[in-house]
Design a binder for this molecule. Structure first.
Ligand SMILES: NC(=O)c1ccc[n+]([C@@H]2O[C@H](COP(=O)([O-])OP(=O)(O)OC[C@H]3O[C@@H](n4cnc5c(N)ncnc54)[C@H](OP(=O)(O)O)[C@@H]3O)[C@@H](O)[C@H]2O)c1
Length: 185
């Protein structure tokens, strides 16, 4: 399976969330995520899953990581709790979609083939309660072990770049899908 990490982080501090919320509202960023992941399989942590409206995203298969043994998903036909040790048996193209703990775990253990790295250049929303959630450890791994394979693409204050694992063979079909989702907005 080809594995793709997809995130949008705030410039410099690499914040991706405050409490359960994403601290900016850029509709084109949300739409890019839709184009990237619709009809695909996603992997998320329980906190991110709980943050989806009605705990779902239409037209996607969602794999959820949780330590909670009896965790009940909202849509058992399309959503599946998966043990960490079975993630590498998933056959489909897999979109690693957060949050911070899952990006870190996957950057260390699963080694995504691609990273769709979106950087929000604006100011964070004020007035949100909860702790800031940052992905600096994952960004450090990316900067060391990956290389940029596209230029930055700027849209609505968000710069998006595709990175690939250094030395790995490129899955051209997946790369074409990623580029189409990013450029054809
Ligand atoms: N900007 C973006 O691109 C983006 C994308 C996604 C999410 N976010 C933000 O990220 C934040 C959430 O990130 P987070 O790091 O706090 O939470 P998270 O990664 O979404 O989920 C954490 C949960 O995942 C489960 N988990 C973690 N490691 C596991 C393992 N090894 N095995 C099994 N289950 C495991 C645990 O669930 P249990 O507690 O149930 O055991 C843990 O509490 C939110 O603010 C969200 O809005 C931002």
């Amino acid at each position: 399976m080809t594995k793709i990490a997809v995130w949008c982080r705030h410039k410099e501090d690499n914040i991706i969330g405050i409490g359960p919320n994403i601290p900016w509202h850029v509709s084109s960023d949300f739409k890019r995520f839709q184009r990237l992941t619709t009809h695909k399989a996603l992997l998320v942590g329980q906190t991110t899953y709980e943050s989806f409206p009605n705990r779902t995203l239409p037209n996607r298969k969602i794999f959820i990581l949780t330590f909670e043994k009896e965790y009940q998903v909202s849509d058992p036909k399309n959503h599946f709790v998966i043990p960490l040790e079975e993630v590498n048996q998933i056959q489909e193209e897999l979109y690693i979609s957060g949050g911070a703990s899952i990006y870190k775990l996957m950057m260390e253990k699963l080694v995504p083939d691609f990273i769709v790295d979106s950087v929000y250049l604006g100011d964070l929303k004020e007035g949100l309660t909860g702790n800031p959630v940052s992905i600096t450890p994952s960004v450090q791994i990316m900067e060391k072990e990956y290389e940029k394979i596209t230029d930055d693409f700027l849209l609505d204050n968000v710069a998006t770049t595709i990175w690939a694992k250094k030395g790995a063979q490129i899955d051209e079909e997946t790369l074409t899908h990623l580029k189409n989702a990013i450029y054809n907005y």
